[in-house]
Ligand binder design. Structure first.
Ligand code: TYC
Length: 111
C-alpha cells in the first residue's frame, strides 16, 4: 500500500505505482475566432461601426477587415475565450437585428 502523498502532487510521480507522467494541472482556455460573413445588403459603414464599437478596432483596421469580408465572403474580427466570443456574436446579431440588416456573425474554434 502506498504511503501518504507527501509530495502533494496528486500521485502523479508514481508513489501509487499507477501514474508515471507529470502533467501541468492548468490548461489555457480554448480560443474562438469570431467570423463576420458577407451579404449583399448590410451597408459598409454599418460593418465598420460594428468592428469599431464591438471589436475595438480603429478606423483603418475596421475598413480593412470589412473590405476583406466584402471581397472574400468571410473574415476574422477577433479571437477570444469562448464566453467573450459568444458575447460578441450576440452583440453583433442584436445590433444588426435592431437596424434590420441581415449581417451574420458566428464562432469557430481556433486552437
Ligand atoms: N457586401 C456589403 C455591401 O456591399 C458590405 C458588407 C461587408 C456586408 C462585410 C457584410 O460582413 C459584411 N454593402
Amino acid at each position: 500500500m502506498a504511503g501518504p502523498d507527501r509530495d502533494n502532487n496528486d500521485d502523479r510521480d508514481g508513489d501509487t505505482g499507477l501514474l508515471t507522467k507529470t502533467k501541468p494541472k492548468t490548461k489555457k482556455p480554448s480560443m474562438y475566432k469570431v467570423l463576420l460573413l458577407n451579404d449583399d445588403y448590410t451597408p459598409m459603414e454599418f460593418v465598420v461601426h460594428v468592428l469599431q464599437s464591438i471589436f475595438n478596432k480603429g478606423q483603418e483596421d475596421a475598413v480593412t477587415i470589412m473590405l476583406h469580408v466584402h471581397q472574400k465572403g468571410v473574415g476574422v474580427c477577433g479571437v477570444y475565450p469562448y464566453e467573450i466570443a459568444e458575447t460578441k456574436v450576440t452583440q453583433v446579431m442584436d445590433l444588426a437585428r435592431m437596424e434590420q440588416h441581415p449581417l451574420q456573425c458566428t464562432l469557430e474554434k481556433d486552437s
